[in-house]
Design a protein around this ligand. Structure first.
Ligand code: SAH
Ligand code: SF4
Ligand code: F3S
Length: 473
């Protein structure tokens, strides 16, 4: 297939987008007629930043359709849950929250209930919603979020239930309106989907195949964000290292990073997530050289045992991972590395788990996201024998957290007395300003609210395991 026809297949056509813009006007006319003031929409997103970025686009469309975004379910005319399927716990919360809407809907019959996101892409879930939650109006999948206006129009004009869950390789949709949750931090998706099929993971099944956005589109969006005053841009993808991996594409992730770094302005670039198998020295060198790129690398390792890594289909070894980290620290001595790890993968033994602890001790992460294995129906690992009990896995989990806590405490203690450039983000409950260093470490310090959204130099005065205290200079 030629590059052009490949492109046509992946990008949602202009005609389709035009049709959706017409639906936006039609829904707007309906809501203006139905409601005396702007109808209220409550949107809640679960899961990763990629899903949050989708949520911001869903909110953008709702605003254009005449809705006012609200923070509470009570009193809302429309409730939309954008769901995540990564672990069982994430799904349980969604079912609980959807169940809680039943009595509200029985009083407010006009309320529209919508569900979308990764969880809905699973047949088992869609079936359960149909049979056990018949009061849900619209259920749609991850590949059709741009059709929200159409779904709402059909729902308002016919009252019919809508289930639109195509299971395909996925598309790229440009030019959706975006309602950004922050006015100084922005998410910038650079690619969608995942081809890696780690044996435990549901993402490739619910998000389709890897597809990269056009570099020119990404750069022009970044320029626009900088012009609007955004101070932090986070590039998103399940595996940003495989951005533009196809040699015909003409721009790989390191090259994209370098071009974004060339944009004039005072801002910082972050990115996530990196996969160790595709993390190159070229990328680490580029990161080191680009002054706007945060010296923070989120590089999930998942397990310290080569046997378990193989069963996980991660396609790197413990040695390769540590070699990468050594190289990264050699070119960026101040680098802060964070990671994800899974405890209790099917068949993992205590000895293998101890290899994970020893990797954590060698790698010296600043922080870690730690998960107990959760079987996901349809994945390879869900069918593997899993003899270790939940209680035992919880004990291992605690052991790992204790090890990481000791390391994090040492790492943050070594920062005391040094000065860091910090993006001020918010005021916390004790009236302190909270911000993050380039290494993504949280720091709090006294200050005036007016500093929020700007960079300040902050000297660290004290370290508490996960957070620093400091003073502005
Ligand atoms: N694309 C990213 C990860 C996305 S999911 C990467 O490959 O690094 C975020 C994290 O959730 C994963 O890194 C993994 O640690 C965890 N995770 C994914 N599936 C899981 C499962 N079935 N059980 C427990 N944790 C899981
Ligand atoms: Fe899941 Fe692996 Fe893809 Fe990450 S790289 S999203 S863990 S399949
Ligand atoms: Fe969850 Fe889907 Fe992200 S499963 S972690 S919301 S890609």
């Amino acid at each position: 297939m030629s590059a052009e026809s490949e492109r046509k297949k992946v990008f949602v056509s202009d005609d389709e987008m035009k049709k959706q813009r017409e639906y936006i006007q039609l829904v707007r006319a309906i809501t203006e007629q139905r409601y005396s003031s702007k109808p209220k929409a409550f949107v809640h997103t679960y899961g990763c930043q990629g899903n949050v970025a989708d949520g911001e686009r869903l909110k953008g469309m709702l605003e254009q359709m005449g809705f006012e975004l609200v923070d509470e379910v009570n009193g809302a005319d429309l409730v939309l849950y954008n769901t995540c399927a990564i672990r069982e716990h994430a799904e349980d919360r969604v079912f609980g929250n959807v169940g809680a809407l039943k009595p509200i809907k029985s009083v407010n019959r006009d309320m529209k209930i919508l569900l979308c996101g990764c969880m809905m892409q699973q047949e088992r879930v869609a079936k359960k919603i149909r049979t056990s939650y018949p009061f849900v109006d619209i259920v749609f999948g991850t590949h059709v979020i741009h059709r929200l206006p159409e779904f709402l129009y059909v729902s308002y004009s016919t009252g019919k239930k809508i289930y639109e869950l195509p299971d395909d390789d996925g598309v790229i949709t440009e030019e959706l309106p975006v309602h950004r949750d922050s006015d100084f931090k922005a998410w910038l998706p650079i690619m969608y989907g995942c081809n890696n099929f780690c044996s435990y993971c549901i993402v490739p099944y619910v998000r389709g195949r890897e597809r990269s956005r056009d570099p020119e589109t990404i750069i022009s969006e970044a320029k626009q964000l900088v012009a609007q005053g955004y101070k932090e841009i986070t590039l998103l993808g399940q595996n940003v290292n495989s951005y533009g991996k196809n040699p015909d594409f003409g721009c790989n992730f390191a090259q994209l990073m370098s071009r974004l770094n060339d944009i004039e302005g005072d801002f910082i670039i972050r990115f996530m997530t990196s996969h160790p198998k595709d993390c190159t020295h070229e990328l680490l060198d580029t990161m080191a050289r680009c002054e706007k790129v945060a010296k923070h690398l989120h590089l999930p390792f998942q397990s310290g045992s080569n046997r378990v890594l193989k069963e996980m289909n991660r396609r790197y070894t413990r040695e390769k991972y540590l070699e990468l980290l050594n190289y990264a620290y050699s070119v960026m001595p101040d680098l802060s590395v964070t990671s994800d790890v899974i405890v209790g993968f099917p068949g993992e033994t205590y000895e293998e788990f101890r290899e994970t602890v020893s990797l954590v001790e060698e790698a010296r992460f600043t922080s870690m996201f730690t998960f107990i294995f959760s079987p996901r129906e349809g994945t390879v690992a869900a069918k593997m024998p899993d003899p270790v009990s939940k209680e035992e896995k919880s004990k291992w989990f605690r052991e790992l957290l204790d090890a990481q806590e000791r390391i994090a405490a040492q790492r943050t203690a070594s920062m005391v007395g040094k000065t860091y450039r910090v993006l001020c983000e918010s005021v916390n409950d004790s009236g302190m300003i909270e911000g993050r260093t380039s290494g993504n470490i949280m720091i709090e310090f006294p200050g005036d609210e007016s500093v929020i959204g700007s960079f300040r130099e902050v000297r660290v005065t004290e370290s508490l395991t996960w957070i620093l205290k400091g003073e502005m200079i």
